[in-house]
Design a binder for this molecule. Structure first.
Ligand code: ZN
Length: 280
């Protein structure tokens, strides 16, 4: 009797946890679950992503730049385009789409977007290779290769590209200016900050890049691609968005937090050195 109840409970527990695993999978693919209201972050920057992953539009005087394309699951691309319209922008004005890392939640929507937009799609060489290896003849068209140290100017806006591998082999990070009611702030967008390699040399390159990013003068704003990538104890993306929404006149913009960005880099460097020690 004891055993049968115990095994019944075990079976129940197992099926409950299996259900939880299934529903997490389902939630990842479920646009109704994932849907987020888009919002304006700065004069020229909009969040148009979903719960699980960000996508942003940078507005310039000569058109729009879309950063990352969400996963390609059913309904996701429509939601992305709806979000862009909802903040008052026209997806037909998208001139460039930059894919910052070769994971599906960032590039999965690219091919469908290419069928709907007349835009130039760019990613780093190494990540184009990953995308093309993963998707074969279903891969999105490769229009442009983002190279370390290069910049692109569209109208009044210049985006600076940096090769920051470690999450994927071709992770691209961006530097660009954001404007808060006309006041300029320099932003840094790390394209993939979770280390995904155990190769000591690759970890060292990741650390060296972070140390170099720390020395870039005047970075005041951190842009993130998943909601919880901030320094320990800092608010997450959506809590911060609420703070922005409730901001009173004269209060600082919640994204303008240079010390927090430096602290985030320090924590990531320390974590990465621990990984390096384990890898050696
Ligand atoms: Zn990733």
């Amino acid at each position: 009797m004891y055993y049968s109840i115990r095994s019944l409970l075990l079976t129940l527990g197992l099926s409950l946890s299996m259900n939880a695993a299934f529903s997490q999978q389902d939630q990842r693919r479920d646009i109704d679950f994932q849907a987020m209201e888009p919002f304006q972050v700065f004069d020229n920057l909009y969040f148009v992503g979903i719960k699980a992953v960000a996508s942003y539009v940078i507005e310039t005087s000569a058109g729009l730049i879309l950063i990352d394309t969400l996963d390609g699951f059913e309904g996701f691309t429509d939601h992305l385009l709806d979000n862009i319209r909802e903040v008052g922008l026209d997806p037909n004005d998208i001139e460039y789409v930059f894919i910052l890392q070769a994971h599906r939640d960032h590039y999965g929507g690219a091919r469908e977007l290419q069928s709907q937009l007349n835009a130039v799609f760019g990613s780093a060489e190494e990540d184009w290779q990953v995308i093309e290896d993963n998707l074969g003849d279903q891969a999105p068209r490769r229009d442009m290769v983002l190279r370390d140290g290069r910049s692109l100017t569209l109208g009044d806006t210049t985006i600076h590209f940096e090769h920051t591998p470690g999450h994927t082999p071709g992770t691209t990070s961006l530097q660009f200016s954001v404007f808060d009611d006309g006041t300029e702030h320099l932003a840094y967008f790390h394209g993939g900050s979770a280390l995904r390699t155990d190769e000591p040399e690759a970890i060292q390159i990741f650390i060296d890049d972070l140390a170099r990013i720390k020395t870039i003068p005047n970075i005041e704003v951190q842009i993130i691609n998943h909601h919880d990538i901030h320094a320990t104890g800092a608010d997450d993306l959506f809590t911060r968005a609420e703070r922005l929404q409730n901001r009173q006149p004269g209060e600082p913009h919640p994204w303008v937090a240079p010390n927090e960005f430096q602290r985030w880099l320090d924590e990531l460097i320390a974590d990465s050195y621990e990984r390096l020690a384990q890898a050696q």
